[in-house]
Design a protein. Sequence first.
Lengths: 312, 185, 430
Amino acid sequence: MPLQSRHLLGLEGVSAEEITLILETAASFKEILRRPIPKVPTLRHQTIVNLFFEPSTRTRISFELAEKRLSADSISFATATSSVTKGETLKDTVRNIEAMKIDMVVVRHQASGVPVFLTQCIDAAIINAGDGMHEHPTQGLLDMMTMREKFGRLKGLKVAIVGDIAHSRVAGSNMHGLKTMGAEVMVCGPKTLIPRNIQELGVEVSCSVDDAIAWADVLNVLRIQLERQQAGLFPSVREYHAEFGINKARLQRAKKEITIMHPGPINRGIELESDLADADCSLILEQVTNGVAVRMAVLYLLSGNEEGMAEG
Amino acid sequence: MKLKVKATIIDEEGLQRTVARLAMEIIERNQGVDKIAIVGVRTRGAFIAERIVARLCETEGKKVPLGILDITLYRDDFRNRLKQPIVQITDIPFEIDNINVILVDDVLFTGRTSRAALDALMDFGRPASIQLAVLVDRGHRELPIHADYVGKNIPTSIGEEVQVRLKEIDKEDCVLLVEAPKETK
Amino acid sequence: MNTIKANKVLFKNGETINIRNGERLQVDVVVLDGKIDRVGHIEEKNFAGKVLDVKDHLIVPGLMDMHVHFREPGREDEETIETGCAAAMAGGITAVCTMPNTDPPCDTQEIVRFIKKRAEAELVDVFPIACITKKREGKEISEIADLVRAGAVALSDDGNTVIDNAVMRRALEYASMYEVPVIDHCEDPALSAGGQINEGIMSTRLGLLGNPDISEAIIIARDLALAEFTGGHIHIAHLSTAKGVELVRRGKEMGIKVTCEVTPHHLALTETALSSFDTNLKMAPPLRTAMDVEALLIGLRDGTVDAIASDHAPHAIEEKDVEFDAAPFGILGLETMLGIILTRVVRTEALRLHEALYKMTMAPREVLRMPLPQIKKGEPANLTIFNPESQWKVDKKMLKSRSRNMPYDGWKLHGRVFAVCNKGLIHHVD
C-alpha cells in the first residue's frame, strides 16, 4: 500500500500500514549507508528545498544527507539568509521559491501548522521537519525505527516519554505514531509541563520518574528548554534535575534493563546524566543514523509523480 | 489477473536441467569456482541464483558467495511511473573487488534491468568482471546488453510475455508464454 | 439589491410574528414617508405606490447587532462605516453598536460624533460604544458623561479586559450615573497569555498554546462581584464557556445587574473545526467544546443569555493568510448571523423561531434601554423582511463587507433576507 498523502505533515492520522511501509523502506535504505559508495541515483530528477525558519543543526544535516544519498538536488535556506527578515509574508516567500521549479519542500518553523499552511500556498510536496509544538514526524519515525530494531516489534512495547510534554513536537509525533503501532505510551514530567487533557490521546500519565522507569521498556527523554524555567513552569534547573533527571542511581534502584533514547541535543547533567547518554543502554547514536535512513525513505516514498498520486 | 497461457516452454524437470547446465557453464568458463560470486536480481533472479549456488557447491564441494540485489533505486522509469515501488534490502555480504561476479536474472528482455543491476553493482566496488546469466532470453533488446549464459532463447512477439514461475513464491516450477496484459499506465 | 426612498410602498402577503409568543398573522404593510401607514388587508388595485410581493416572508422589527467592529477610523482598508452598513443590510440588520477599538480609539466625544456623522445617511442606525478607559489602556476612566452626551450607548474596552479592579469599580460606579452598561471582554491576560485556541484536546493535538475557559470565568466572577458592590450594569460580551453561563445565571438569581450576549460562531462551531489550522477560525474568545455550546444554548433558552450579537471583526486577507500564531483574532458575522441562527439554532430546535428573533431584536435594545420598533400605524418603519424557509449559499466573493475572513464559504443557510427598512429608506432585492 502506498502512502495516502502527498505530504508528510504529522503522524496523527497516518495508518499502521503506512508507518510500517516507511519503516521497512528505511531498513532497506540503511544498507545503502554502509556501501563503499553510499549513494543511489534514484531522485536525480528531484529538486528539494530545505526551509529552516528555526535554527537546527542535526535535523537539517540529516535531511541534507538523505537528499544527497538519493542524488536529489537540494538547497538549504535558513532564516538568517531568507527574505522573511525583510518583512515578506511566509506565503510570498514560499511561492517565490516554488516559482524556481522545485518538487519538495522540507520545512521547519517555530509556529505550529506552518506545513499545513504551505500545502495551501504551493503545489510542491511538503515534509514537516518540526513545526512549533505540533509534530516532528521524521523524529517520531526514527524513534520507532530504533525501537523496532532493538525489540523486533512495537506492539505492546512500553514507552515512557519523559520531560516537557506540553511544548514538545517530538512527544506529539511519538504519541501518535506509537499508539497507532500498538505500543503503550506513558508521559512523565512535572504537572506544569503536561497538558491537562493528555489522557484523551490514550496515554498514561505519571509525575514520578521512578514509576515511569519501573513501568517502561524504553525511556524517551526529552530535552528541557531552559526558557520554560524562565516562564515559571518549573522552579529551577536544580530541582528539575533532582526530581525528573534520569541517572544511574535511579535505574539501579529499578533493578531492570531499560533502553534510553533522546532526540538531542542533550543537556548533559540536566534531563540525562552524562554517563548514561554514552552507556550501552543508550540508543542515542543509533537514532541519529536511523534518522538519515528514515528521511531517505520518506523522500523516496513521497517522490512519486503527482498525476499518479492524483489517480490513486 | 488471469492471463491466457499460450504454451509451457520449460516444465519442472526442464527447469532443473537448465539450472544445472547454467551452473556447469559457469564452472567451465571460470575454471572452477574459486574467484567467483553469484548475485541474483530480486525477485526471481535471487531464487535462481540460490539454486545455481546450490548446484555449484554440490559439484565443486566449495562454498560460493551469494548476494541479492534490489535494483529498484537504479531504475530509469521514475519520472513516468504511478507510484513508488517497494524497496527491498540489497544483501551482498562480501567484497566484490577483483572477483568475477555472475549476475543472475530470470528473463532478459529490453536490457534495462540488467543496466540498472550493473550500475548498482558498480557502487559496491570494482569486480574483475561481471558476467550475465539468465534463464530465458526473449529478445527485443533496447540497450547493448548480451547474456553470457542463457538457459533458453525464446523468440517472442511484443504482445507476449514470458513468465517464470518458481516454487519459492509461485508454488510451481515452470516457464510460461502468456498473452501480455493490457498496458495499465 | 437597491435602496429606494420609503415613500408609498406596499409589502403584500407578508406575515408578522409576535416575538413574545410566536403568534403569526397574515398582513399587508404600507410604508408611507418612512412611517408605517397601514397594517392589515390592503387591496393592491386600490394602492397607488410600489407593490412588493412578500409571500412566505416574515416582517419583523429591524434586527440589532450590539457588537460589531467597523474599522473606521483607522483601518478603512478592512471595513468602513459605509461597507459595514452594507454588510448589515445584507444580513437583515438595521441597527449596530460599534466597538471602540478603532485607531484612534473611540474615547473622545469627537470620535463619537465622527462615527455618527459618517453614518448619518445610512439606512442602518450606528450606535457608537465608547471606551471605558482612555486609549483602552485600563488606567484612567474616560470622560463618560461627555461620551454619553455625544451619543455613546455603552462603554467597553473591547479586546482588552479592564484588569485593575479599582478602575473597573470606578467605571461601573460612574457609568451608572448615566445609565449605560459597561461591556467587558472577559479574559484574564495572564491565563490567556499566548493562547491561540481553547485549551483542550485540540490545543494539545495541534500544538497551539491554549486559552483556558477559566480565563473567562475568573473575570466574569470578578465583574459580578463589582457589579453587585457598585450597583452598576455589567454586560458580558461574547460569552463562550459553560462556566461563564453558570456564573451569569447565579448573578441574575442574586439580582445583580448583569446581561450578556453570545455570538453565532460560538453556537455553530466547536474547537474540533480547527484541525486544518484555518485562521478564519481564530477568534477571541476561542471556539470552545460541544459541552460549552450546549450550555450556551440552555442559557439562551432559560434567559441567562440575553442577546445574540455577531462580533463582526473584519481583517485584511494578507493579515489572515499567514501562519496561525501570527494571524489576528476575529471573524466576520453581520451577513451570516440571521442565517446561522436560523439554520444551526432554530432548525435544530434549540430555540423556537420567535425566541431567536427576540434575542436579535428586543433583547439587545433592552440591554441598551432602547425602545423596540413597533409594526403599528404611525410608527417609524424599522423592519426586516426575510423568508425563513428559503435557502441560500454563502459565497465569500459576494460579501458586502470589505473583508473576507469567515469560515462559512459554501455553507447553505436558511433565511434569505428580502428587505430592510429604516430611516425613511428601503433596501431590497430586485
